[in-house]
Write a protein that binds this ligand. Sequence first.
Ligand code: ZN
Length: 296
Amino acid sequence: MSVRSINETSNMPTIDTAAASGGRLVYNRTSHRKEYPTCPDGQYLILEKQFGATRRFIRVYVGCMRWTCQACIPRKRAALHARVKESTASGTWFFLTLTLRKNELSTELNWKRLAKDWDILLKRLKRQFKTVKYFKVIELTAAGMPHIHALIDCYLPRDEIERIWREITQSSYIAAFEEIRTSAAAYMFPYLTKSIESIQRIRNLTGTKTKIYTSSRGFLKKKEKNGEWTMHYRGYTSEECDLYMDILKKQYADRAKRKSPITISYDKFDTIEELKFIDMNLYVELCLQGDLKESG
Ligand SMILES: [Zn+2]
């Protein structure tokens, strides 16, 4: 597409002229939603999807989505919280805190030890309960001692858990084991936040790519993939994406003049379920009634 065709788009109807044209061409733009800070390392994408006789094009700005990115953390944390909430919506959940007694070992060694001890505990629980669902985070104290906070779906008397944990860890102890009577996800949220805060320290201290959380297989339902959306452009600037959108609108508008009615509308991104965790700051719907094949 040439630059000329882009310039021609400046003659496109505005909201006012669209209304004057008897609803033939309708523009409806809502403001961008800026709830989260913008990631400095993100990129723009253009996605396309067909909904019956309607095509939707979305310009998306996608952040780097790293747990170490201050801009991306709030969105990632909210998304993870929502998934934990979904996973713990039914059943009875217990909150387990496992600590190690203060010792002379380095954070790295304690970290490895805690991970190994957790695996042993899990094996024991599985022997008894067959399946154990859990979601756990590891947090560092100011002194650098790692400890575990976990949501778990099986119950043992606290004395029993303490006995087993002491046996596994020799000298260690449990700080808490309690039934959650409110929202398990809400209960977990402050610890999730602390775990995220700990992550950079942990990575620096242990030199490993430590995970923010771990969970039992299938605990978190698979994220809905937006694979049905066809990606057109990746890594373009905002302006380049806008030009592409303008060219599309021009094409559709030309077709509408000649033949069937057309609707072009903008909307907020969060109306689209599949992409609700992506910062979608422009959304274009192109509806070509009865003219689909030609547009193909
Ligand atoms: Zn980022």
